[in-house]
Design a protein. Structure first.
Length: 313
């Protein structure tokens, strides 16, 4: 009996069984991990070249195959496989919340959402999005990002938890070979219970940033070649907003029952329209003192070659 024929049969049978079990949902693994197993070829060639009885070759080849299958199943449950046609989700072990944090030490999660827990009181979100349409809405999870059309994007969600504070880094972007601003639509669903601090970095993006149903404490937005409608709410009594707009169209809506202070830090080659606020000086606007207020909104805007509109509703 030829050992190569016998082992070849075992190899194809094993692949077929794995394929069936994966299709039925009995086991879970990523096919791209087969690429990482390519050194097994050298091991099988080496076994073939060693002069020994066929039964020993069959035993060694089968043992190596079983080790490879075990590696495939174990690693698939612990590491992400980032390839062209997949979504990539991951989480961080020791990232400390900072808007300017660059270091990432990542573990991996298997979903594009973070479950809400009753202990979460503060949520710090840093979201980067490129070339798409964003819409914000309430959801039961802490955060969930849903791609609404032609899922051909990379979605990363990374989290750490520090007592009652959860830190989230999220990235949404299409693959480089198929970037079209109108082809990608995402719903960002957030839980309305915790107090949110947000940093949004948006490029070539259009979005309905409706935050009226959330407790917003800090909001920082960097908008590049984007079109954004931002709606603030009155569920938190101290809201601080900083917006940097570059070659973008930005509309900001402020509730009537929030005392408002608007500052223009820079205004280079930009149009700036304000409705419902009183201009105190060239770069400073305030709300009138009529009526009862439930909190304050402080807004600082830097605009370069942009169209900015601020209104009260």
């Amino acid at each position: 009996m030829k050992s190569k024929h016998f082992f070849g049969g075992i190899l194809f049978i094993s692949i077929g069984i794995l394929w069936i079990l994966k299709s039925l949902g009995v086991i879970s693994f990523s096919w791209c991990l087969f690429v990482k197993l390519w050194p097994l070829i050298f091991i099988w060639i080496g076994i073939k070249m060693i002069p020994m009885p066929d039964k020993w070759k069959i035993f060694l080849n089968t043992t190596v195959l079983l080790i490879g299958i075990s590696f495939l199943l174990i690693v698939s449950n612990s590491k992400c496989c980032d390839h062209r046609w997949s979504k990539s989700y991951s989480c961080s072990k020791d990232w400390k919340y900072s808007w300017n944090e660059d270091e990432e030490a990542m573990d991996c999660s298997s979903e594009n959402f973070v479950k809400y827990e009753d202990t979460f009181e503060i949520a710090n979100l840093k979201l980067s999005a490129t070339a798409g349409k964003l819409a914000f809405a309430t959801g039961k999870e802490l955060i969930s990002i849903q791609e609404m059309k032609n899922p051909r994007s990379k979605i990363n969600i990374r989290t750490t938890i520090d007592d009652n504070t959860v830190n989230i880094k999220a990235e949404v972007r299409p693959f480089k070979n198929n970037i079209s601003k109108n082809s990608y639509k995402y719903n960002v669903l957030l839980n309305s219970t915790p107090v949110w601090n947000m940093n949004l970095e948006l490029s070539a993006t259009s979005g309905q940033i409706d935050l009226s149903n959330f407790k917003i404490n800090e909001l920082a937005i960097e908008s590049n070649a984007s079109s954004l409608d931002i709606k603030l709410g009155n569920l938190y009594d101290d809201v601080n907003v900083k917006i940097e707009s570059n070659a973008s169209a930005v509309k900001i809506m402020i509730p009537h029952n929030m005392e408002s202070l608007l500052k223009k830090a820079e205004n280079n080659l930009s149009s700036f329209k304000v409705k419902g606020l009183i201009q105190e000086s060239k770069n400073r606007y305030v709300s009138n003192s009529d009526g009862e207020t439930v909190g304050t909104v402080n807004i600082t805007i830097e605009s370069n070659v942009s169209s900015v509109e601020v209104i009260r509703y």
